[in-house]
Ligand binder design. Structure first.
Ligand SMILES: C[S@@+](CC[C@H](N)C(=O)[O-])C[C@H]1O[C@@H](n2cnc3c(N)ncnc32)[C@H](O)[C@@H]1O
Length: 264
């Protein structure tokens, strides 16, 4: 099931991604959706948690420091290598594994209280298989909490054949941001150009546009009940520090969903 092209992209991005999150310049995570995600997670002490598509382990470490017993997986070998290097320096007892979210074949069934997947499900090509695997490894009644770029308001990406999928416009007369898109109902493979100045070096990743109904259907098919849904907003402090976030006080950037695996 591994998509070699996509895993190679993340291998190539791993050094720059690691610098980005560890140097504290992932402002959106630090100021907006990271906080909202952990607030939805709540207390994790004593819980067995899978951090799915963990990257270099930023959230895995936060979860472990909060008392969770953490298994963390990513299909990029280089990301996992970088995560393990830090684990050697700060031993948190995190068990890092290279695994594809679409099968998680290294993990036995019904073992986790929580599966957490931060800003990655939209990057997972076989998301239906991934959701099925999450259902398999969760205990009955377990929680699947994931965040994604809000599928209704994606921007700054183009399809692999160069089509723009949506964009922001600032309306001076109304002093507000507007969003427009005409491709919402299409399933699209997107090319994301990570080229912000604060990156060590630019990189490219693939991402996959699906509708909210697609995600909800995949959850329903695997006996998940959506319990809570959060659309994080920037605080006024965040906007004053990072004015680019202002548009997300009007139109959401990301979406966090908590789904519960039904018993039986
Ligand atoms: C935007 S990064 C987020 C990383 C991490 N969750 C974090 O909070 O920093 C997306 C991650 O998804 C991983 N990924 C994408 N597709 C995957 C798959 N099929 N199986 C496992 N990991 C995958 C990538 O390797 C990358 O580390």
């Amino acid at each position: 099931m591994v998509d070699e092209k996509v895993s190679k992209e993340w291998d190539e991005a791993s050094e720059s991604w690691t610098d980005f999150v560890r140097r504290g310049v992932d402002f959106y995570r630090n100021e907006m959706h990271g906080k909202a995600f952990f607030s939805l997670l709540g207390r994790v002490e004593g819980k067995r948690v899978l951090d799915l598509a963990c990257g270099e382990g930023f959230n895995s470490r936060l979860l472990a420091r909060r008392g969770a017993s953490v298994v963390a997986v990513d299909f990029s070998e280089k990301m996992i290598r970088l995560a393990k290097q830090l684990e050697l320096k700060e031993k948190l007892g995190i068990d890092y594994l290279v695994s594809d979210a679409a099968d998680l074949k290294e993990l036995s069934s019904n073992q986790f209280d929580i599966v957490s997947c931060f800003m990655a499900l939209m990057d997972i090509k076989f998301y239906q298989e991934a959701i099925r695997s999450v259902a398999r490894v969760l205990k009955d009644g377990g929680r699947f909490i994931f965040s994604i770029i809000h599928p209704c308001f994606e921007y700054g990406a183009v399809t692999v054949d160069g089509k723009k999928i949506g964009d922001w416009k600032y309306d001076e007369a109304c002093d507000t941001w507007l969003y427009e898109s005409s491709t919402y109902f299409e399933n699209l493979t997107l090319r994301i150009d990570w080229n912000m100045e604060r990156l060590l070096k630019p990189f490219v990743s693939s991402s996959f546009h699906r509708t909210l109904s697609d995600y909800s259907q995949a959850l329903y098919k695997n006996k998940f009940l959506i319990q809570r849904l959060v659309e994080p907003k920037p605080t006024s402090r965040a906007i004053s520090r990072y004015p680019g976030m202002r548009k997300h006080a009007a139109i959401p950037h990301s979406l966090i969903i908590e789904a519960i695996k039904e018993k039986g």
